[in-house]
Design a protein around this ligand. Structure first.
Ligand code: UD2
Length: 369
């Protein structure tokens, strides 16, 4: 009895040792098909780890889809290597501005990110980015510069579709677009009041997201057309919900924000509340989060209309209320929407996009300032 137990034990121990040594042998990078108790004299002592890894991964998940220089794509996992960038510091960075909100979201300024690192992260995901822009009435004149400079600076190297909502399709200019970038034209009616155009953006964008854009994009930006890009506006702006600080209010007390102060409006925010004042000329995020927010602004303005009130800064007032109670996951500095009307102060190291000077009275259907 004792003898047969001992034999079984010896057999188990031997089998265990065999598996253990076999595992170590393969781990060190040797091919199991060449297993031999003595090493061939001409075998290099440096194991070819890369090809062994590729073989092991191939056994686990099947053949690699692509193995270009600099990246490995295995299943849905992409590994980038060899991306060269400066080492990030824990001690140095921008000290003249705050680069984090009090809910711990990034507040993005030049010098708070490395474009090489950011691009490497987002290019792996290859997101489809929608830009919703309205050009109604005489505003079609702004399309050429917006699109031309957008091609130079906006999300270069990414897939971008400009959704142009217009009542004058024939006035949309022909622009050479980069690879993976296109224009989609959407018809909307003309308007007699500029207020109806800016507020109507929420309605028409909600409908278009429902009918079309939802199937074609991962991220969505809403932008004013009367603006030009002057410098990189890249993947550092991407997040679940991204707001941009309005250039006129980023250093003032919250009670000076031009929030809607009439409590009859759905956009009402009382004095003593508020984080920042955000512009409605540039904002973005995940498609579904943007849809929720765009539709919220639309529904709230419809409620206001029933009560014969229009928020003081139209959709911008509703947007500010939404952002106050549903904090953005990223906040962009006014670099991400400056204005050609204003001098550039020292804390704005780079103007990425800027609102153009325009003759309000001439360009708007009902004039106004
Ligand atoms: C500010 C905001 C804008 C919006 C508006 C609401 C900035 C830089 N912009 O812009 O986002 O909140 O106030 O009052 O702070 N549009 C047309 N046709 C028109 C009128 C407007 O296509 O007849 C579109 C166009 O895309 C334009 C956008 O609506 O860029 C905003 O209108 P605006 O530029 O006349 O408004 P503005 O400069 O007062």
């Amino acid at each position: 009895m004792l003898r047969s137990y001992s034999r079984i034990h010896i057999f188990i121990v031997l089998a265990f040792l065999l598996v253990l040594f076999g595992g170590i042998y393969i781990y060190l990078g040797y091919d199991s098909s060449t297993f031999s108790l003595c090493q061939p004299c001409n075998k290099s002592s440096e194991p070819d780890v890369k090809s062994t890894m590729a073989k092991v991964m191939e056994d686990i998940v099947g053949p690699t889809e692509c193995q270009e220089k600099g990246s490995w794509k295995i299943g849905d996992l992409t590994m980038n290597y060899g991306v060269k960038y400066a080492q990030p510091s824990t001690q140095q960075g921008r000290t003249d501005v705050n680069s984090v909100t009090n809910w711990n979201a990034p507040l993005v300024w030049e010098g708070t990110f490395d474009p090489v690192v950011i691009d490497a992260i987002y290019k792996k995901m290859d997101p489809r980015i929608a830009v919703v822009v309205f050009a109604v009435g005489k505003y079609t004149r702004f399309l050429e510069a917006f699109l031309q400079t957008g091609e130079k600076y906006f999300m270069v190297g990414f897939r971008v579709t400009y959704y142009i909502f217009t009542d004058h399709k024939e006035e949309v200019p022909n622009i050479d677009l980069g690879e993976g970038r296109k224009i989609s034209l959407l018809d909307i009616p003309s308007a007699t009041r500029w207020q109806d155009v800016v507020l109507g953006r929420m309605k028409w964008a909600s409908i278009a997201i429902d009918k079309q854009i939802r199937n074609e994009a991962d991220y969505l930006f809403m932008m004013d057309v009367d603006s030009v890009f002057y410098s990189r506006f890249g993947a550092e702006s991407l997040s679940r919900l991204t707001g941009v600080l309005h250039r006129l209010f980023y250093k003032v007390d919250r009670d000076q924000f031009t929030y809607e102060r009439r409590n009859l409006s759905r956009a009402f925010i009382p004095f003593g509340e508020g984080d920042y004042y955000y512009t409605a000329a540039v904002w973005g995020g995940y498609l579904e989060d943007m849809y929720k927010m765009v539709k919220y602004c639309y529904m709230q303005s419809e409620e206001d209309a029933k009560n014969n009130i229009e928020a003081v800064w139209q959709e911008e007032s509703h947007l500010n209320k939404y952002f106050l109670y549903n904090k953005p996951t990223k906040v962009l500095s006014p670099e991400y929407l400056w204005s050609d009307y204003d001098q550039v102060p020292a804390d704005i190291k780079v103007v990425r996009i800027s609102q153009l000077v325009k003759n309000y009275a001439e360009v708007r259907p009902n004039g106004g300032q």
